[in-house]
Write a protein of this length. Structure first.
Length: 186
């Protein structure tokens, strides 16, 4: 299978540190700090997020695109006025590759990722978990697996998060823009 067949573009490799950040992005950063750090990937666009829950402080969405040409965002970062950067979403096709304990999380066929997560958990005597939608991923509250339809295949679009203002868990903190899933990017 080629990269074109798998729906996976050339990727940078970013590291994930729980409660710290992903690649050059650190939880708690301001909008300006995120824009500056994201320059390693490409152009950025900042917009306001709709306030669907009054409990949360105003939030901005920063879309980072590879290179100068118009393209879908490779990374989408969400910054809250109260807590700074709290969510980093890696696009299934254009985003950087991020691993967790040796398992690649970005752009994977979700059924293959589930098999790998189960095998890894059994091999190292650890746990894995399912999201409410049924996507398998690491047993880490800072990683929320989402699905993104790429052609005919549902691929992994992980969210790396910390709890934002007024929320009890990362799942409660998920930006409303990330609730959409299954939209085709091809």
């Amino acid at each position: 299978m080629t990269e074109a067949d798998s729906g996976v573009a050339d990727r940078d490799e970013w590291s994930y540190a729980p409660a710290v950040g992903v690649g050059p992005l650190r939880f708690g950063m301001t909008v300006d700090e995120v824009v500056e750090a994201a320059q390693v990937l490409g152009q950025t666009r900042v917009s306001d997020c709709a306030r669907t829950h009054a409990i949360f402080s105003p939030t901005w969405k920063i879309e980072v695109r590879r290179g100068a040409a118009p393209s879908p965002p490779a990374v989408t970062a969400y910054v809250s006025r109260a807590v700074g950067l709290f969510c980093i979403a890696a696009d299934a096709v254009h985003g950087p590759q991020v691993g967790y304990d040796g398992i690649s999380l970005v752009g994977r066929d979700l059924s293959e990722l589930e098999s790998d997560a189960i095998a890894h958990a059994e091999a190292v005597d650890r746990h894995f978990r399912y999201t409410p939608e049924g996507y398998a991923g690491p047993d880490d509250p800072g990683v929320v697996m989402r699905g993104q339809l790429v052609g005919q295949v549902l691929r992994s679009r992980p969210l790396f998060m910390v709890t934002r203002d007024g929320a009890h868990t990362e799942w409660d903190s998920m930006p409303s823009e990330e609730y959409r899933h299954g939209q085709s990017t091809t």
